[in-house]
Design a protein around this ligand. Structure first.
Ligand code: 5GP
Ligand code: ZN
Length: 114
């Protein structure tokens, strides 16, 4: 999508601090980190607007994203404690309407869910 910030990062039209890239997905550092490690993982294909739009057709790319997230967690030394979250909907704070997963961890960071 032409006005989507994550599509632009995927296309190299705007810079992103990339950690991993292949034909299907991209991982890069969040511009406004809320944790010592805050990485975003996205499918390069614009899946709008979020998890509510997923179908079985997306199984392979989502599985791939989680496998790459595990590798990045090991590489960044947070494999013993990390969280992966996705926001779906403005109501819960989603600001970019291109499916993405936040990989969060490091130090004492913990997003408290319960
Ligand atoms: P959301 O709130 O939609 O789940 O998360 C969007 C995330 O994208 C936010 O954490 C925000 O900091 C990040 N973000 C927004 N614009 C950019 C950008 O241009 N570059 C990078 N690296 N991250 C961005
Ligand atoms: Zn997009």
């Amino acid at each position: 999508m032409s006005d989507c910030v994550f599509c632009k990062i995927a296309a190299g039209e705007i810079p992103g601090k990339k950690l991993y890239e292949d034909d299907d997905i991209l991982a890069f550092h969040d511009i406004n980190p809320v944790a010592p490690v805050h990485v975003l993982l996205i499918p390069k294909k614009h899946i709008a607007s979020g998890a509510a739009d997923l179908t079985e057709e997306h199984s392979a790319v989502i599985g791939h994203i989680f496998a790459v997230a595990a590798n990045i967690a090991r590489e960044l030394d947070i494999a013993d404690g990390f969280q992966i979250i996705t926001n779906n909907g403005e109501k819960v704070g989603q600001t970019v309407a291109h499916l993405h997963f936040h990989l969060l961890g490091g130090g004492d960071f913990r997003l408290k869910l319960g």
